[in-house]
Design a protein. Structure first.
Length: 290
């Protein structure tokens, strides 16, 4: 870190990186220590100085509530992970419906809306008070979530969806269909989380998930003046995370910055002086090269 852009602030970021990696450290049944660098999420946002960067004990995503009528903060959350559209249901391509009575056309339209309403109510009925959807949620469907006091977030990145599901002990549901051909939502698919809150950081709103059931995910929110500065800090922090991961997992440290080569050069130079044959020249040349 000290050789890069961070220089003067390297101690501040070093403490943050070590704390983050210690918090995501896991030991398996064989006694091996594992640290997942991906469990530390890096978010970049403009404004303030690098020293204003913060470490959050939880996972944060760049997303907001889908409606302003939803609560900003919820505690003891049950999180549903949905990987299908909560838009108005439409019949599949290639399905033909022959309608003789115009009144039936309205009934078809109404039924399409009711199917979406039933899906929302099944998710709410299972006990979910936070819904993360990787696709769209219609405005009329949001109405049911607002009435139930549920936080619904649409178009969540699939990678974020998977990571939050793993950390909270939930499962991503791609369809509500069960073996009987009906639509149900199993409460076992819900993840658990102590706190879900929308906070404004810089110019953007972020959703924070804290106190997750399975894993202690960490988020580092990087502040800085411009994109170049933020990108450079992100690279430095990522390198540092990988270094700390190696140290924790292997329990040993190899000095960097060319120190191994210098030490070898000094040792070989000393060894060359003990020889009286022509090999001395080759060994001292090799030490020079190092």
């Amino acid at each position: 870190m000290s050789s890069k852009l961070l220089g003067a602030e390297s101690d501040f970021f070093a403490n943050m990186v070590v704390t983050a990696m210690k918090n995501v450290k896991k030991t398996n049944k064989h006694g091996q220590t594992k640290c997942n660098v991906k469990a530390v999420h890096l978010l970049k946002t403009h404004g303030m100085s690098g020293k204003e960067s913060t470490l959050v004990n939880g996972y944060a995503i760049e997303a907001t509530r889908s409606s302003q009528g939803m609560p900003k903060i919820l505690k003891n959350c049950k999180v549903a992970f949905v990987d299908f559209n909560l838009n108005k249901f439409r019949l599949q391509m290639g399905v033909q419906v022959l309608v003789k009575d115009p009144d039936n056309l309205d009934k078809i339209r109404q039924r399409e809306m009711d199917i979406c309403k039933e899906r929302c109510q099944k998710i709410i009925g299972a006990g979910a008070n936070v819904v993360l959807c990787s696709r769209g949620i219609d405005d009329f469907a949001l109405k049911y979530f607002v009435e139930a006091g549920v936080i619904a977030i649409r178009r969540v990145n699939k990678g974020d969806l998977r990571r939050i599901a793993n950390n909270t002990g939930g499962r991503i549901v791609t369809s509500l269909a069960d073996f009987e051909g009906d639509e149900t939502y199993d409460p076992e698919n819900l993840g658990e989380c102590d706190l879900v809150e929308e906070r404004r950081v810089g110019d953007w709103e972020y959703m924070f998930f804290e106190g997750m059931k399975n894993t202690a995910a960490q988020t580092i929110i990087i502040r800085g003046a411009n994109d170049f500065f933020l990108d450079e800090i992100e690279r430095s922090i990522h390198d540092s995370l990988c270094v700390v991961k190696r140290v924790i997992e292997s329990n040993s440290v190899v000095a960097g910055g060319g120190s191994v080569e210098v030490a070898l050069a000094i040792y070989l130079d000393g060894y060359a002086r003990t020889l009286g044959t022509r090999e001395q020249l080759a060994i001292s040349e090799f030490s020079e090269a190092l």
